[in-house]
Design a protein around this ligand. Structure first.
Ligand SMILES: [Fe+2]
Ligand SMILES: [Fe+2]
Length: 391
């Protein structure tokens, strides 16, 4: 088959390839792949299946005609995530199993000897007519099939349905291979990120357990700080980062002796000095990392006991010179500590907790952060209720 790819198309393919490498979020990436493939082939609709063991998970469905008919919001309700087996019985399954692209002008009139059939259920339910269809396997360079890209109803200038040109098959195959690499990378990145976050979380739990605190405390701190950061207008990325970094605020307690950390009564002034060192220990444990999350954790570990008026520790810095993340964790941590039971005290009643926070605003807490905290009190209390200590 001789392929004629126009210069404009080649340029678009290259641009798409570059764009593919910059998207890390898997869902976003899959939507983008279908969108670009549809743009190249002028397809009214498109779907994407990802290989999951011996199944194909149907994950993306875009359909201009149905979106116009029902609106974008309702459209999402039309498609449900489902799985089909990788087998010769379905068009997508066949493409995934054999690595062959399938191009048919009308899927209602498939060759009688074909092993696959077209499932008309979706069309029937939504009043749609699938006619021309191109199924292209997403093949990675090592030959593994990552998924199947399915393009539906190629449209001409007048919006009439026509077959997908044979030339297009090679173009979509090129895109599908690039997409396969991007999907593999995105999955790998997600797996690494999960492992990274899991390690961080376990480290934080280890530190808190020594202090009779709980894993729940850490999870709640993560949720509170995200709400406050978001409401303060921090960029979305920073909100996510603070949610991952804040659980490690007390990781330096790993360096405080048990005799002090677990002492039931009041600490002597010397013991207090030792206890306060958990901020500096935490900073040291977390220092020098390339990871953005760990760098933010370091800053939080060091500054979550600083106070707005400069009377905190370890450095006694004040006001805006305390990093914003430290100021946010300060109020979240105090709120959670006061409102939760500890081995040395019961939970304070909520009105008492709030009175203390209010009183300490401008002394301990940044007035702006405090304002946002109280502005989101319902949601914060809801998290506190939902993620209560168990047992
Ligand atoms: Fe602390
Ligand atoms: Fe804490």
């Amino acid at each position: 088959m001789k392929t004629r790819i126009s210069k404009a198309m080649a340029t678009r393919l290259i641009e798409t390839g570059i764009a593919l490498t910059s998207i890390n979020n898997l869902d976003e990436l899959l939507e983008f792949i279908v969108h670009e493939a549809r743009g190249l082939t002028k397809a009214d609709a498109g779907s994407l299946y990802i290989v999951n063991g011996s199944n194909l998970d149907f994950l993306v469905c875009q359909n201009d005609t149905l979106t116009r008919k029902v609106g974008a919001d309702a459209e999402r309700g039309l498609f449900t995530v489902y799985s089909i087996p990788v087998s010769k019985q379905s068009l997508a399954g066949y493409a995934a199993l054999t690595g062959e692209a399938l191009n048919f002008p009308d899927v209602y009139n498939l060759p009688p000897d074909a092993p696959f059939s077209f499932n008309k259920e979706f069309d029937r339910r939504n009043g749609y007519r699938t006619m021309s269809m191109l199924n292209v396997p997403m093949k990675a360079p090592d030959g593994a099939i990552v998924g199947v890209l399915q393009l539906i109803n190629s449209l001409d200038h007048n919006g009439e349905i026509m077959p997908f040109e044979d030339d297009m098959v090679a173009v979509v195959q090129a895109l599908a291979s690039q997409a396969a690499v991007a999907v593999k990378n995105a999955k790998l990145t997600a797996a690494l990120m999960d492992a990274h976050l899991d390690t961080i979380f376990r480290l934080a739990v280890a530190a808190e357990y020594r202090d009779q605190d709980t894993a729940r405390h850490i999870q709640r701190i993560s949720e509170y700080t995200k709400i406050i950061a978001k409401s303060m207008g921090l960029p979305g990325r920073d909100v996510i980062l603070i949610g991952h970094a804040s659980p490690m605020h007390d990781v330096g307690k790993l360096g405080v002796p048990d005799s002090i950390l677990l002492k039931p009564g009041k600490l002597t002034p010397e013991e207090r000095v030792e206890m306060e060192k958990h901020t500096v220990f935490g900073g040291k444990i977390l220092a020098g990392s390339e990871s953005e999350i760990l760098r933010l954790s370091e800053s939080i570990a060091l500054t979550h006991h600083e106070k707005w008026d400069g009377s905190g520790y370890p450095y006694g810095i004040k006001g805006g010179s305390i990093p914003i993340a430290g100021r946010i964790v300060a109020i979240a941590d105090v709120f959670d500590a006061l409102s939760s039971p500890r081995c040395y005290k019961p939970a304070f009643p909520m009105d008492k907790v709030l009175a203390i926070l209010e009183h300490d605003t401008g002394i301990h807490f940044d007035p702006d952060v405090s304002k946002v905290f109280f502005g989101n009190l319902d949601e914060i209390q809801e998290i506190h209720r939902r993620m209560k200590e168990s047992g």
